[in-house]
Design a protein around this ligand. Structure first.
Ligand SMILES: Nc1ncnc2c1ncn2[C@@H]1O[C@H](COP(=O)(O)OP(=O)(O)O)[C@@H](O)[C@H]1O
Ligand SMILES: [Mg+2]
Length: 461
């Protein structure tokens, strides 16, 4: 059983039902002993009545007078008592009619006992001495057994009801006990590198669970401090690198312009400049990411119609695509406006476009589909490349992940999509990659919240 809740429920149900069963068994035993003891007392009372009816002079009476007196004493309660009286020679002296001629067997050495009498049933028998006679008074045990059978029936009914009730109570109890654990679980699950300041709510009471929550919060405090230090370090490092890099670049440019370098020397200075530009770009990207992690990036949201934004982007995208021998097609549907940071979303789309151009074959087509509907602006870029597996679709958004470093774009850093994701996140949107339709490459979908978009039919992107 994997769930603690289920274990608590089962444990509670079994324990309470077992306790109840033990109580009932003990009750059964005590009730049976009590009832049988009562029968013994009734038998004794009947014997005393018999003795009183016979009177003190019973030894001097004739057998027929004794017989009459005994009959007088026993006949009135003939359904309840069986009387068997015999003398010293064991020849029967008196037997009540209800014995139908049978004798009550005598168990040697026992004065009260239960015994089965032929055709009469089980009797509880008490043996008394009325010298020179032995008197055996018996009472049927059937009513006692009937009562015990009724008791058992009630017991099994109650046991079943108890089992059901204890399962319900155990379930509710386990839910109540585990509620703080679930709160811890949900909060711990939510805490990631970008919301490390969130903490588990700690209850006022000082129990084991609140202690655990406190310990976890202390651990999150330490983690947050370390993360902050790492972020500060990468921001500082990027910053510190930029100044010497600019100086090196400046010197290389001056070398290129002023000195009399031969062709091969000029070429190597050119390579240096290109590499410096690449390093500079990586530093900028790293700086952006560490500032985004530290939530130090602000976005400048401007309410606008997507058509206008896309029109501007389409112009540049088309030129860029043509340069690569690829066709760029853009299409927008839907009415309304969106609030986005123009520059940043453009940066995202350009990044996606460059990636798509890197994988598209000459003569291929890149489609940008835009749909504004139901409060969401959905942009979807589809290329003609080889596409990716579902695992790769998630991987590519991680930092420094380049699945094809030897591909067409040797200048890529593997940070473009990580930056795109953090920009989309700043807009409270979502970006994901999926394998596109059969025959096409990768589809990257961006969803941005758009407050006043009108519902548009056929949201197919
Ligand atoms: N449209 C695409 N089709 C196939 N693979 C892609 C596509 N876009 C991105 N990728 C893969 O994802 C990796 C990461 O992309 P990105 O973060 O933009 O970094 P970079 O472009 O600098 O390599 C790329 O190196 C590439 O392998
Ligand atoms: Mg890229």
């Amino acid at each position: 059983m994997k769930s603690i809740g289920a274990r608590i429920t089962v444990f509670y149900a079994i324990t309470t039902t077992a306790i109840l069963a033990c109580l009932f068994v003990a009750g059964h035993y005590l009730l049976e002993s009590y009832l049988i003891h009562q029968l013994d007392e009734i038998n004794e009372a009947q014997f005393k009545h018999l003795k009183a009816t016979l009177g003190p002079d019973y030894r001097t009476l004739t057998p027929s007078t004794v017989d009459d007196r005994i009959r007088e004493a026993t006949e009135s309660a003939s359904s309840l008592f069986y009387v068997d009286m015999h003398g010293p020679m064991t020849n029967r002296f008196f037997k009540s009619h209800n014995l139908q001629g049978h004798s009550i067997p005598d168990l040697v050495g026992q004065h009260t006992y239960s015994i089965d009498v032929d055709r009469i049933g089980e009797l509880r028998v008490s043996e008394f001495l009325l010298p020179p006679f032995e008197v055996m008074v018996g009472t049927p045990l059937a009513p006692v057994y009937d009562l015990l059978a009724g008791y058992r029936k009630v017991f099994f009914g109650l046991l079943a009801a108890m089992l059901v009730a204890s399962i319900v109570i155990g379930y509710v109890l386990s839910k109540l006990i585990l509620r703080p654990v679930r709160v811890i679980q949900a909060t711990a699950n939510r805490i990631r590198s970008d919301n490390l300041n969130e903490r588990i709510p700690v209850a006022e009471v000082k129990d084991e669970i609140s202690q655990l929550a406190r310990l976890l919060n202390q651990m999150f405090d330490r983690l947050e401090t370390s993360f902050d230090e790492i972020r500060r370090f990468s921001a500082d490092a990027s910053h510190e690198l930029k100044t010497p890099l600019s100086l090196v670049r400046l010197h290389a440019e001056r070398l290129m312009i002023n000195s009399d370098l031969d062709a091969s020397q000029k070429e190597s200075v050119q390579v240096q400049l290109e590499e410096l530009a690449r390093v500079g770009q990586i530093i900028d990207e790293l700086l952006f990411l560490s500032r985004a992690d530290a939530r130090a990036i602000t976005i400048d949201l401007v309410e606008q119609r997507p058509e206008a934004f896309l029109h501007g982007f389409e112009q540049d995208a088309r030129v860029l695509a043509e340069h690569h021998g690829v066709k760029f097609v853009c299409d927008h549907r839907g009415e309304g406006t969106v609030a986005v940071d123009n520059k940043r979303i453009r940066q995202v789309l350009l990044n996606l476009l460059v990636n798509a151009l890197n994988v598209s074959p000459p003569g291929g087509v890149i489609n940008l589909e835009s749909l504004l509907s139901d409060g969401v602006w959905r942009l979807s870029l589809v290329d003609d490349g080889p596409g990716l597996t579902p695992e790769q679709c998630e991987q590519i958004f991680e930092r420094f992940v380049r699945l094809n470093p030897a591909g067409k774009d040797p200048h890529g850093s593997g940070l473009g999509l990580a930056i795109s994701r953090s920009i989309v996140k700043l807009h409270k949107g979502d970006i994901r990659a999926t394998s596109s339709d059969v025959g096409r490459g990768l589809r990257i979908v961006i969803e941005l919240p758009a407050g006043n978009a009108i519902a548009w039919p056929a949201a197919t992107i």
